[in-house]
Each structure stands twice: as structure tokens, then as C-alpha cells.
Design a protein. Structure first.
Length: 310
């Protein structure tokens, strides 16, 4: 196989005391499944062996076994397996000590538009929690780094992780899994679901079912579409780490929403973000506790009031 054969060629050219990624994987028995899978994709082999300063999030054999037990048909989906592997490679060097407590959203090699509509590659969230480093991927799935900062030549780093990263799903699947059923139904009723599912580089502020239920009257037709498009941003993936105090973000509706940072809390207009940074195929979703109401023409977006209810 190409990946294993590559070892022999690299062995003659390797710098003294510099271990290649190929050699590293071969010499780590608990990463043999990753080695076998990568061997099937020459372009991933090329990226791993020639790209400087990359980071590989390497699932253990047990992690892959758990994934394949949960998704037994995955072995018959080579394009999906390739996407999964690409999602575990960041084209930048990310040592554990450089990962902040608030988290960072690292681009990956997953750029296939069948799986990601995020410019520069789908992101994975890396965050330091005490002495641990965790990775958050699609559906809020968490993987723990069990061995950090394994160095290889060309400036690369491997972090060994205990769970395979989950590729972020589209808005429809994510909303259903998160019990945001009223939002999903409203998007379907207004014929906006397909649009939101395919809108690249998007941020969606997703009201909970309770938020919709708290409305005195749920709008319908064009009025509902106007409200829903006020919850969608196109062209800006607003991860929580890049939101700024007082920032006004234009929405698909045409009006802007206002960001307020109150300590660790984030508000969008008067709505509190109850769950931040849910990664999706098109970007990111922030779950909010109130429905955003578009301002009248000429009005500024509402700011949170004192004594707000979280």
C-alpha cells in the first residue's frame, strides 16, 4: 500500500533524529487503524508527508472501533471516511500550551463542499480545561487529548485523542438533534430550510421551542419569514471567540443584530445565548432563549435590559 511503502523511501532521506509522521504512526501500535485508513487516500498521504507545521488529531484504535460499531455501514462509504480523516488534520501547528481556556476554532483540511461550506476548511474547537485539552466537533461531541504534542519532522504535531471527531451536520439535522423542532418546522413552512442548509459561511441564532412558545402570537407567512431571516447571518461565521462588545452584525433580513458581552454571558439583542458554538456544515449555531424581532425601519437593534431573565 502506498502509505506503508512510502516509509522505505522516507527512511533514506529523513533528517537524523527527525521522525516522520509515517514512522510515528507505524511505531505507535494504538494508531494502526488510522495508519490503515489513511493508506487508502494518496492525497492525504501527500498532505501529511509534505505539508510543514501541521497538526494531526489522531484517534486511537478503540476510538475507531467505537465509531465503526455505531456506524457499521461507514466502511462502505469511502468519501465519508476520507472527509473524516481530513477533519482530523489542521494545516497549522497547534501545541497544547497554545490552546486558550476560552477555546480556538482551528481550520482543518475538510473543504469538500459535500461535507463543509465553511471557507478555509471546517473548524474544530480546541479548548483547555484545567490540565486537559478537549476538542468539540459536530453535535457538541467531545474528544479528549490523551497524549499531547508528539513531534514529527517538518514541524508537525500529533495529539492522540480518545474519540473520533464528528463531522458537523446541516442545520436541519442539527436542529432536530438539539430539539429545536419549532425552528425546523418554521423554516420548512416558509420554504427557507433548503436555503439555510446550503448558505455558506453562516451564523444562525436558533431560538428554543420555549422561546417560540413565549411569543404572544407566532407570525405566519411573510412575517414569519422576515423574523426567521433576522436570525441568519451570511458571509460571517460568528464563533463566540470573535464576537465583540457592541458589534452590529447584518442579517439576511437586512437589519442588524447587536452583540452584548456581560462577563462570560453573550446576548444577541435581548436574547441570552444558552448554548454557544454548535458547529454545523455551513458555519455555527448559537441557541438563544428569546425570538429576535426585527426592528422597525430606522430603529437600532435592542440591547439587553437590566434584570434580564436568563
Amino acid at each position: 500500500m502506498m502509505f506503508k511503502t512510502f516509509v522505505r523511501a522516507l527512511a533514506f532521506t529523513a533528517v537524523v533524529n527527525a521522525q516522520s509522521i509515517v514512522e510515528l504512526l507505524q511505531q505507535t501500535p494504538n494508531l494502526s487503524t488510522l495508519l490503515d485508513l489513511v493508506d487508502n487516500y494518496p492525497d492525504i498521504v501527500q498532505a501529511l508527508t509534505t505539508t510543514p507545521n501541521i497538526t494531526v488529531f489522531a484517534p486511537t484504535n478503540d476510538a475507531f472501533a467505537e465509531l465503526l460499531a455505531a456506524q457499521p455501514d461507514l466502511g462502505n462509504q469511502p468519501d465519508t471516511i476520507k472527509a473524516v480523516l481530513q477533519y482530523h488534520v489542521a494545516p497549522s501547528r497547534i501545541p497544547a500550551k497554545a490552546i486558550p481556556k476560552r477555546g480556538t476554532f482551528a481550520p482543518t483540511l475538510l473543504t469538500n463542499t459535500s461535507f463543509s461550506l465553511v471557507t478555509g476548511g471546517q473548524r474544530v474547537k480546541a479548548q483547555r480545561k484545567g490540565r486537559r485539552v478537549t476538542l468539540t466537533s459536530g453535535g457538541g461531541a467531545e474528544s479528549r487529548v490523551v497524549t499531547a504534542d508528539v513531534q514529527f519532522d517538518n514541524g508537525g504535531i500529533v495529539h492522540i485523542i480518545d474519540k473520533v471527531l464528528t463531522i458537523p451536520a446541516d442545520i436541519a439535522s442539527t436542529a432536530t438533534a438539539a430539539n429545536l423542532t419549532t425552528l425546523a418546522t418554521a423554516l420548512t413552512q416558509t420554504n427557507l430550510l433548503d436555503t439555510v442548509n446550503t448558505l455558506p459561511d453562516a451564523t444562525v441564532f436558533a431560538p428554543t421551542n420555549e422561546a417560540f412558545a413565549a411569543l404572544p402570537e407566532v407570525p405566519t407567512g411573510d412575517a414569519l419569514a422576515s423574523v426567521l431571516t433576522y436570525h441568519v447571518v451570511n458571509g460571517t461565521v460568528g464563533y463566540s471567540t470573535v464576537l465583540e462588545q457592541g458589534q452590529q452584525i447584518p442579517t439576511v433580513n437586512g437589519a442588524s443584530v447587536r452583540v452584548t458581552l456581560a462577563g462570560p454571558a453573550i446576548f444577541i439583542n435581548r436574547s441570552f445565548v444558552v448554548q454557544r458554538d454548535v458547529l454545523v456544515k455551513t458555519g455555527v449555531v448559537h441557541v438563544i432563549n428569546r425570538v429576535l424581532i426585527p426592528p422597525a425601519a430606522g430603529e437600532a437593534p435592542a440591547a439587553p435590559e437590566g434584570g434580564h431573565k436568563l
